[in-house]
Design a protein around this ligand. Structure first.
Ligand code: KIV
Ligand code: ZN
Length: 387
């Protein structure tokens, strides 16, 4: 069965860049945008043009250099925002305006001091105005995660009628459970007249650590775009992590869903974003963390040395990591020690290995990790000649 395409909407340069202290200048944004284009993302959200002259400039320059991806600019449901975004995107081969408004009762009451009918009117006006500049208009219903489904469906129906090509359903506060978010997408699929004219998009935040699970629940229920960032960076606890959703689809071909991402570029892109923003990737981060393919316990190491698949569900080469790491600690066994010793040029027979292992444990109990340069010292201490 042919795989259905799920579009990857990368918002590293917009929602991702909202991480406090991680602001990027235009030059760094251009380098990242070029890499995202090479990586194969379908849409690059380049910024929020009205927010500052610097952001306007970044969106404009990115629009000039991106070859394949759609370039998108964020706006509020405000005419001037939309006009400025259209101007910033004027050089893009494929421009998209991303406009929207809060739809939850909390946003309607506290942010806008308004009512549901007036919000629908503003949403429709924003989409109609954006359509006067570009064909591709994405609408976001901010805080859709906490918006009553019936009202959300009414908003979606109205904006699709006004010409929205994509409906973004953000779980802005990261509140939803996967079942709840999936059910929301299903409800919209089944209850919005004209839904076939628009792509439903998942935009999930990670406040409860559920952004990836919610996005997957969304596509399993009919959404065909995921909004995500490299390394899952973003406002508060971050956004859905691009590398996670891409590899979930790759590792589960039975889902019949795939993206155009060149997964071999995932690790280097993660490093590029981390270096540019000065924001380290947590070592245990799925797919791209330093420990994602590192094995330190004796039982696991023995298995991986015999056959990588015993403890790895992904081939590290598929995400651009050169090889699995066998880390030597006090929890490691003889198999791991023999393997690492061989890598640095010492082939040990069984008797030698027993002796060296005793010395190894002595040292391993005094330091966190045993490195390549420790190995000859341990062999020497065990009384075995190095020559
Ligand atoms: O989280 C959110 O609701 C957003 C919108 C502005 C798309 O980032
Ligand atoms: Zn967001």
């Amino acid at each position: 069965m042919a795989q259905e395409h799920v579009q990857i909407f990368d918002t590293t340069l917009r929602d991702g860049e909202q991480v406090p202290g991680c602001k990027l200048d235009t030059k760094s944004k251009l380098v990242i945008a070029e890499r995202l284009d090479l990586l194969g993302v379908d849409i690059i959200e380049a910024g929020f043009p009205v927010s500052s002259p610097g952001d306007f400039n970044s969106v404009e320059e990115i629009s000039k250099i991106v070859k394949n991806a759609t370039v998108c600019g964020l706006t509020r449901a405000v005419e001037n925002d939309i006009k400025v975004a259209a101007e910033a995107l004027s050089h893009a081969k494929r421009p998209r305006i991303h406009t929207g408004i809060g739809t939850s009762d909390s946003h309607i009451k506290f942010k806008f001091n308004s009512n549901r009918e007036a919000i629908i009117e503003r949403a429709v006006a924003a989409v109609s105005y954006a359509k006067s500049f570009v064909e591709d208009v994405e609408f976001y219903a901010e805080d859709a995660g906490r918006t009553d489904n019936e009202f959300l469906a009414r908003v979606c129906e109205a904006v699709v009628k006004a010409g929205a090509t994509v409906l973004n359903i953000p779980d802005t506060t990261g509140y939803c459970l996967p079942e709840e978010y999936g059910a929301k997408i299903k409800y919209l699929k089944e209850n919005v007249t004209g839904i076939h004219k628009a792509v439903l998009s998942c935009h999930c935040h990670n406040d409860l650590g559920l952004a990836t699970a919610n996005s997957i629940a969304g596509i399993l229920n009919g959404a065909r775009q995921i909004e995500c960032t490299i390394n899952g960076i973003g406002e508060r606890a971050g956004n859905t992590s691009l590398e996670e959703v891409v590899m979930i689809m790759r590792q589960h071909p039975d889902l019949n869903l795939d993206t155009r991402i060149n997964s071999k570029l995932l690790y280097s892109t993660s490093q590029l974003v981390s270096d540019s923003m000065g924001m380290m990737v947590q070592p245990n981060k799925a797919v791209v963390g330093a420990n994602a393919f590192a094995h330190s316990s004796g039982i696991h190491q023995d298995g991986v040395i015999k056959n990588r698949e015993t403890y790895e569900i992904m081939d590290p080469h598929d995400v651009g990591v050169t090889e699995s790491a066998i880390v030597l600690t006090a929890r490691s066994g003889r198999a791991a020690l023999a393997y690492r010793a061989k890598n640095v040029g010492f082939e040990l027979d069984k008797l030698q290995l027993d002796k060296v292992y005793k010395e190894f444990l002595k040292l391993a109990d005094t330091q966190k990790e045993i490195n390549d340069e420790d190995i000859p010292k341990i062999i020497k201490a065990s009384g075995i000649s190095l020559v």
